[in-house]
Design a protein around this ligand. Structure first.
Ligand code: 1PR
Length: 505
């Protein structure tokens, strides 16, 4: 192999580096993995994708001598690209070493005013000392550093491997010699945080034993014709690739029978992730069955082990449903964070941003809010018997069992425990195509400071504008309308744009 086609990758073994690998291969390059510090010093170009939390990453680098090699490599101004935590780690050492100079970064030349994908719990702030090597910043709350550059050393806080075409072009500009790239440079303009449109694939094995994308009506996924089959709307890997091409900002896989089948026994789901991540360069979330588990041979698996397997297979975030309800109930009862819940364990190692909690609430109508101890709301549309209020009861096991906790109480509790995002379904609206439950979504998105994904009920482009204009939802998710090809993702985006809502096109 010709050396120019080889990229050295520093993977210290935490989180999903599969996507970076897939993106590099997709651009026609081969990967050489760093085994020893010497591999770093001998690299022609080095990519350091940082995923996971800061402290464990630093430990690994320091204990293996990689940290020192990395410092030398960077000080010698060798071609380097740090991603996400790869920027923050560089940042720490850079402060000490006083990186200066370099105001622009040609690897960002194709971005223009398009959006890139940020997912992180910590950030680096601009200061007098570092202002000279900042090549772009991001405005979200305060201004923070989006990328830095000095000489041949680049680092980006966002994930180019998860930012669609625009992200791939950042990688391409780093990897290819300048002469082979078009000189054209798009003018960079400020963009705002975009609302996300997410395609969701509910996956399960059908009665023939095939893994299929299915879709329920109020969580019932079986046909009501004589054969009572599991509805089959397509193949998971193919549909995910199609939604990526259509412009989905993220793709979610929910293993909807994960509560009863152990997901590490369900290897096809891991294979789905591995294959999907070869062609999908936006974030992938996977949920279903994430909990502590003892198998029939008495082998114990922690929820962290289950999640780790998902991350290794290509997931960027994991989503917890039933187990989050148990954890929240326990936490509200004892008021103690044990550190042992799945939410706490996984967020400690992979960061809060990698932990989504999926809530499956059912509307419970009330005449009088004081009838229940849970937070209720006054409905914009009365219940079937003229009820003016409702509370939203959390369920587990795919809606099969109601629990004594409301969606509001659950959302607040899981935010406290370290969840980084909430996927808010509504069983009553699921598959109905009559619009999102705006009352519910407003209540939850006003109550927490983590992003809320509105889900269940999308039937037309207007429903997306409705939920984004009336609530603080950061993203909207739909399944049925995309699977049945009733409304393409592109139409949703175009409509939102027309209505003045910022989206990634
Ligand atoms: O409890 O941790 O094992 O996770 C199980 C996961 O599977 C949960 O996230 C739960 O929401 C999901 N799930 C379980 N059973 C079903 C089912 O449908 N029988 N699917 C199910 C939930 C809801 C959304 C759906 C939206 C949008 N699906 O994912 O995609 O409602 O649909 P629409 O646009 O067609 O209205 P655990």
């Amino acid at each position: 192999s010709n050396d120019d086609s080889v990229v050295t990758l520093l993977d210290y073994g935490a989180g999903n580096v599969r996507s970076v690998r897939n993106a590099i291969r997709h651009l026609g390059f081969q990967i050489k993995d760093v085994q020893t510090p010497k591999d770093i010093l001998n690299a022609r170009r080095l990519i350091f994708p940082g995923v996971g939390a800061f402290a464990p990453a630093m430990d690994v680098l320091n204990n293996t001598g990689m940290g020192e090699a990395l410092c030398t490599y960077i000080q010698n101004d060798r071609p380097f690209l740090g991603i996400c935590l790869g920027l923050q780690l560089l940042f720490e050492s850079s402060e000490e070493n006083g990186l200066v100079g370099g105001l622009d970064s040609e690897i960002l030349d194709d971005i223009g005013n398009r959006h890139v994908y940020f997912v992180h719990s910590y950030r680096a702030m601009p200061s007098k000392e570092n202002k000279d090597w900042i090549s772009s910043t991001c405005n979200y709350g305060d201004e923070f550093i989006a990328s830095v550059r000095k000489g041949k050393v680049h680092a980006v806080q966002f994930h180019p491997e998860k930012s669609g075409d625009v992200g791939l072009s950042v990688l391409r500009r780093f990897l290819l010699p300048k002469s082979s790239l078009t000189e054209k440079r798009t003018e960079r303009k400020a963009s705002k945080l975009a609302k996300r449109v997410i395609a969701c694939l509910d996956v399960r094995t059908n009665d023939e034993g095939d893994l299929v994308v299915t879709k329920g009506d109020q969580y019932d996924v079986r046909e009501h014709a004589e054969k009572n089959e599991v509805r089959n709307l397509g193949k998971p890997v193919e549909l995910a690739a199609q939604y990526y091409r259509d412009g989905a900002d993220e793709v979610s896989f929910l293993n909807i029978t994960g509560f009863s089948d152990f997901p590490l026994g369900d290897l096809p789901m891991l294979q789905v992730l591995r294959s999907a991540s070869e062609n999908v360069f936006v974030p992938l979330t996977v949920g279903g069955g994430i909990r502590d588990f003892t198998d029939s041979n008495d082998r114990y698996y922690s929820s962290l082990e289950v999640a780790s397997e998902y991350f290794r297979s290509g997931a960027d975030k994991i989503s917890i449903g039933s187990d989050a309800v148990h954890a929240a109930e326990e936490y509200l009862k004892t008021k103690v964070k044990t550190g042992k819940s799945s939410i706490e364990q996984i967020s400690r190692v992979y960061g809060n941003q990698a932990v989504v909690v999926s809530i499956d609430p059912r509307r419970m109508y009330l005449n009088d809010p004081s009838d229940v101890e849970f937070k209720s709301i006054r409905l914009t549309k009365q219940g079937p018997n003229g009820e003016e209020y409702a509370w939203y009861q959390c369920t587990i096991n795919g809606g099969r069992e109601g629990r004594p906790i409301g969606a509001y109480e659950l959302a607040k509790a899981v935010e406290d425990l370290g969840a980084g995002e909430i996927l808010l379904n509504c069983i009553d609206c699921d598959g109905q195509g009559k619009g999102f439950d705006v009352d519910l979504i407003k209540m939850i998105s006003d109550a927490v400071s983590i992003p809320v994904i509105a889900s269940s009920g999308a039937g037309a482009v207007e429903h997306f504008t409705d939920v984004f204009s009336k609530t603080n939802a950061s993203a909207a998710l739909a399944a049925g309308i995309f699977h049945r090809k009733e409304v393409p993702i592109r139409s949703v985006k175009e409509h939102l744009l027309k209505e003045g809502i910022e989206v990634r096109i």
